[in-house]
Design a protein around this ligand. Structure first.
Ligand code: PEP
Ligand code: MG
Length: 583
């Protein structure tokens, strides 16, 4: 049933395409805690139900402890042992029993007891130690409650028809678990265009709109919804007319994508024969076939950290190796730039002491290379796996978020040690493996001349470079209007990176979302960028623009806009340039 007037909500276009389907409202993890009266004759059974939940929780914590302990040693496993201790606490059990004996249901009894304990921490002292213990208790409580409820974690895989997910927020981990399920699109209250949630959606070619503020409070499961990932709009309960229009648009999109596929095998070469490389960004080995089908000539960014999502154990070296092998074997003879973990920021992991959820400013926190240097054990396992896999094809290694020479050298020192160990163990690897740095922190741009001399290639991570240059949180919809790739500061930085790279004869790539935005292609092409690494659905549109441009014209455009004072003037110039090409 459709209402007459469309309800259209404006958000941020996060992943292009149109999705039409039934809404599925994904609730935040919450438990409906209702006090129920348990009759006398059922109280023993209620106690037993509580005991079973505690036992299950303890077993899960012990399992986590063992996994972390095996992978990283005792220090790292400490957090799990604290959780085991709390779940073993006899007072906790006794207090819950007491309430059950008074006829209170186990869930409510546990909630009351935990609430009392947490409050006592509030009353004691407000230092970090107590805050952390309070969080530990809450975490343990949540786990026991979820076992009591028999509640499964949010499982998108349970959906059985093409659905549009509506949520307050989807984490990158949630989004990646969408893969292979019948989900046609999603819309969320919060998020920005270059959040990792949006990026993963692009990788999976799922239309998405984020930053809709309160969509999750307005939509009910089962309602018909359209997600327009190009316009950044969501239409709830569309009229028949709107629905028909969108169905036509959807069919047209399909037809156009078939037509543009003819470009797939052609080179990214301008009309005056300037050739650049078109690579793609991936998060998972399953995406390699998708990017090949879309005409990628290699992988410019493999975001390896996704192996940490949706699991509670540290991946082993062999697991990394297996993932990399799958990627390399499929992409050969083309190259794969494997980026070392960029965990942290909005890519959180809940594994043991790597529990990164607690930072108050995660994008400025323990992220990417900082995290790897702090926990070298994890980094070493990954480096060993990458090096071992390097004999299977053309592999390049790339470090994220290098802020200066210190970090680059520290990472290289670990890499050299790993190489030495492998040699001693007679394990083969590519002795000439190229090592590059992502440039995504302004301090790295300031010392670009120094960094360029010590790497084999550079890749510009504009998602972060823009975030850190303009001080705009990339996932915060409130400031998304300030996230501006055409800001003169951003363009000057990009030009500086390209020029410094070329001065020492190394290639400069761009793997941030800006590289996949066809309207920016003429400018960055004109600046001399060598490689574009883009999300799968952007390969053909970017290639199409390049093949219709003259490099000489693009260079002239780039020189012109570099002299302009603000982004409005720059965009005007760019519009003019594009319009001239269209006539
Ligand atoms: C970037 O920052 O532009 C980038 C490609 O890395 P990520 O999006 O994974 O942070
Ligand atoms: Mg980045």
């Amino acid at each position: 049933m459709f209402i007459d007037k469309d309800r259209t909500f404006k958000g941020i276009a996060a992943s292009s395409g149109i999705a039409i389907g039934k809404a599925f409202l994904l609730m935040e993890e919450s438990f409906c805690l209702i006090r129920k009266e348990i009759p006398q004759s059922f109280r023993e059974a209620e106690k037993k139900r509580f005991d079973d939940a505690i036992d299950k929780t303890r077993t899960e914590f012990k399992d986590t402890y063992n996994k972390i302990n095996n992978a990283l040693g005792e220090n790292y496993a400490d957090i799990a042992s604290v959780h085991i201790l709390i779940s073993d606490d006899p007072t906790l059990r006794k207090d819950v029993y007491k309430l059950i004996a008074d006829g209170v249901n186990a869930e409510y009894a546990l909630f009351k007891v935990l609430d009392k304990i947490a409050r006592s921490f509030d009353d004691t002292k407000k230092d970090n130690f107590f805050k952390e213990r309070k969080t530990d208790i809450q975490n343990v409580g949540k786990k026991i409650l979820s076992n009591l409820f028999g509640k499964e974690e949010k499982k998108l895989s349970k959906l059985d028809e093409d659905s549009v997910i509506i949520a307050h927020n989807l984490t990158p981990a949630d989004t990646i678990s969408i893969r292979g399920n019948k989900i046609s699109g999603f819309a969320t209250d919060i998020g920005g265009k270059t959040s990792h949630t949006a990026i993963i959606a692009q990788g999976l070619a799922i239309p998405a709109v984020v930053g809709l503020k309160n969509i999750s409070t307005l939509v009910k499961t089962g309602e018909v919804i359209i997600v327009d990932g190009d316009k950044g709009e969501v239409i709830l309960n569309p009229s028949q007319e709107t629905l028909l229009n969108y169905k036509k648009k959807y069919d047209l999109q399909l037809a156009q994508s078939k037509e543009s596929r003819k470009l797939k095998d052609l080179k990214a070469e301008t009309v005056d024969k300037h050739e650049v490389s078109i690579f793609a960004n991936i998060d998972h080995p399953d995406e390699v076939q998708i990017i090949l089908n879309n005409g990628a000539f290699g992988i410019g960014l493999y975001r390896t950290e996704t192996i940490y999502f949706n699991r509670d154990s540290i991946p082993t070296e062999q697991e990394h190796f297996d993932m990399y092998s799958k990627v390399i074997q499929q992409i050969s003879p083309y190259e794969a730039k494997i980026r070392t973990f960029d965990l942290g920021g909005d890519k959180l992991t809940k594994i043991g002491s790597l529990n990164l959820g607690a930072e108050s400013n995660p994008f400025l926190g323990l992220r990417a290379m900082r995290l790897c240097l702090k926990y070298p054990e994890i980094f070493i396992g990954q480096l060993r796996a990458i090096l071992r896999a390097s004999v299977l094809g053309k592999v390049k290694l790339m470090y994220p978020m290098i802020s200066g020479l210190d970090e680059l050298r520290a990472a290289n020192a670990i890499l050299n040690k790993v190489k030495e160990d492998l040699r001693k163990e007679n394990i083969k690897f590519d002795e000439n493996i190229e090592v590059g740095a992502m440039i995504e922190v302004p301090s790295a741009v300031a010392v670009m001349d120094l960094i360029a001399k010590e790497v084999d290639f550079i890749s510009i991570g504009t998602n972060d470079l823009i975030q850190y240059t303009l001080a705009v949180d990339r996932v915060n919809e409130n400031v998304s209007y300030l996230y501006n790739p055409m800001h003169p500061a951003v363009l000057r930085f990009i030009k500086c990176i390209v020029d410094e790279g070329h001065k020492v004869g190394i290639k400069v790539s761009m793997c941030g979302e800006m590289a996949g935005e066809p309207k920016y292609t003429p400018i960055i092409l004109g600046m001399g960028l060598d490689e574009f690494s883009v999300s799968p659905m952007q390969i053909i549109p970017v290639k199409d623009v390049i093949r219709n441009m003259s490099f000489a014209d693009c260079k002239a455009l780039a020189n012109k806009v570099m002299k302009l004072e603000d982004s409005k003037l720059i965009l005007k110039e760019l519009d003019l340039f594009i319009r001239k090409k269209e006539v």
